[in-house]
Write a protein that binds this ligand. Structure first.
Ligand code: SF4
Length: 294
């Protein structure tokens, strides 16, 4: 793995409030312990200018005072809503094995008895299995991002992340430990991943790994710096594809898949067949409500 400059920063606040209701991820609060991400997915939206991360390819910033802030902020929260981790960086990117920021944050979350939703691409999460089991006495759900089951393709599009096969193995272990596991099925890259075989393979492996829900978003979003970087990588690994993107999407932010209805249909049929919910199974949901999700 390439070297990154690792820089400590001081944060003013840690927990953000998520607009309610958050039907997609079921969150009340979210937080980021890191800025930047060593997984370096070629499609990563965090490269967009609005996030103001100047050197996404080379530098990781971490919030040195995060744990102290988390403790202070949780002590003042009246509502024990779900805390989300993993929206603009991966909480289990490799630097976590040295800094243990996510681990320490989970210890505080367990101590205060808050529910948790982690989104990750990394099997390193298994290092925290015991503390997640403790949080799960209240509620814990883990969503793994999967965009393909093809390890060779993932090495190109998600170069710094553990392979999809390793993610599925981690899902199975979490699921065997009675942790609710799901998949964040996004993005699905047009012309690369938007085929029925891919959706079918993702669902079949999900079923084998004990996945309970999938949060789908077919297609991708693109803007400014993120689009420039993605197009450079298309030229490098998929010659000729950039021209197809330009002619189909122009400057659009939202870039849908080819064959949307076929993909949706395959997805829904397989969710039904495997009794996987096609959306998050949130905290505080009754058994009857859970059944109505399928
Ligand atoms: S894991 Fe997520 S945050 Fe990290 S580079 Fe990939 S898409 Fe971006």
């Amino acid at each position: 793995m390439k070297d990154f400059k690792i820089t400590p920063i001081q944060a003013k606040r840690l927990l953000g409030h998520v607009k309610q209701p958050d039907d997609w991820f079921g969150l009340k609060y979210n937080m980021n312990l890191y800025r930047g991400c060593q997984h370096q997915c070629i499609y990563c939206d965090t490269r967009s200018e609005c996030y103001q991360i100047e050197d996404f390819e080379n530098e990781i910033l971490y919030k040195e005072n995060a744990i102290e802030l988390l403790r202070k902020e949780l002590a003042t929260k009246r509502v024990k809503g779900v805390i989300g981790l993993g929206s603009m960086n991966d909480p289990y990117q490799p630097i976590e094995t040295e800094l243990h920021l996510t681990h320490k944050a989970l210890e505080v979350i367990a101590e205060f008895g808050f529910p948790l939703h982690i989104i990750t691409k990394s099997s390193l999460i298994l290092n925290d299995l015991e503390i997640i089991k403790k949080i799960n006495r209240v509620f814990a759900t883990i969503s793994f991002t999967i965009t393909t089951t093809d390890d060779a393709l993932a090495k190109i599009i998600e170069p710094g992340a553990p392979l999809p096969s390793q993610r599925y193995d981690a899902m199975k272990i979490l699921s065997d430990n009675e942790i609710q596991v799901g998949i964040s099925l996004m993005p699905i890259l047009p012309f690369i991943e938007d085929n029925e075989e891919n959706i079918k393979a993702i669902l079949e492996k999900a079923h084998e790994a004990g996945v309970k829900y999938i949060i789908p978003a077919f297609g991708m979003t693109m803007r400014d710096r993120q689009r420039n970087y993605y197009y450079q990588r298309l030229d490098e690994y998929f010659p000729g594809l950039k021209q197809k993107y330009i002619s189909k999407f122009g400057g659009n932010y939202s870039c849908g898949p080819n064959n949307y209805y076929k993909l949706k249909d395959t997805f829904e049929k397989l969710c039904k067949k495997f009794a996987i919910s096609p959306r998050i199974i949130p905290y505080n949901i009754s058994k009857e409500e859970q059944l109505s999700l399928f």
